[in-house]
Design a binder for this molecule. Structure first.
Ligand code: TYD
Length: 203
């Protein structure tokens, strides 16, 4: 089973992914955790280019292709082998991030990015995606340090959030909207409840 966590910056998806991993560990369910962009040698090099570099200009299409290159490598080197071994794959960000940030935020087009995602992943999609929803106001209040993409500001993040909500409606059988304004513990319980209902525990 492949589970991804999505949300705008400061949504708490990283915290929730960590709590979810602790739950899997406690239950003795084999898993791997991956974070995008990164988690392969090529992916980490791309992460630095994309998030830390503020000197070299990167066009929106080049930015998208770099995220996709990192993802393609991660799928072939890490995710697909783990799924073959029947492990639960937990991803902090996956295809929906590119649709929301590059497709909507950078205005490349949602469907265009969906198609390119399919190419990069050979069509692999998560079985279950937790989209942790917060307002842009909450995001800006919570985050103090912004990377190159996060520092785009309010309007950019609003476009990204709207795209996530659109995707959650479009793919409602895969993407679950979680209210990220609730407490960490409440959200964690809700996530476990949904995961168990989807048959996660029996794998
Ligand atoms: P992440 O490391 O999850 O951010 P945080 O530091 O808040 O945990 O994500 C890094 C940034 O990359 C984030 O601003 C979103 C952006 N991103 C995209 O724009 N497109 C993508 O496809 C991915 C995976 C991330």
């Amino acid at each position: 089973m492949f589970v991804s966590f999505e949300g705008i910056d400061g949504s708490g998806k990283g915290t929730q992914a960590r709590l979810f991993l602790e739950y899997l560990k406690e239950k003795n369910i084999p898993f791997i955790y991956v974070r995008e962009p990164g988690d392969t040698e090529i992916g980490e090099a791309i992460r630095k280019l994309l998030l830390e570099n503020r000197d070299m200009p990167i066009s929106p299409r080049a930015e998208l292709l770099l995220f996709l290159a990192s993802r393609a490598q991660l799928v072939s080197q890490v995710i697909s082998p783990a799924l073959i071994e029947n492990k639960i794959v937990v991803a902090d960000r996956f295809i929906d991030s590119s649709v929301a940030y590059q497709g909507a935020g950078r205005n490349i087009g949602l469907e265009e990015v969906e198609k390119l995602n399919d190419f990069a992943t050979s069509g692999l999609k998560p079985d279950l995606t937790f989209y942790i929803d917060i307002t842009v106001e909450t995001s800006m209040k919570r985050k103090k340090v912004f990377d190159r993409i996060e520092s785009e500001g309010y309007e950019f993040l609003k476009t990204v959030r709207d795209a996530y909500l659109y995707l959650a409606r479009k793919f409602s059988d895969r993407i679950v909207i979680i209210d990220g304004e609730k407490t960490v513990e409440e959200i964690h319980k809700q996530i476990i409840g949904i995961f168990e209902k989807r048959g996660g525990q029996s794998r």
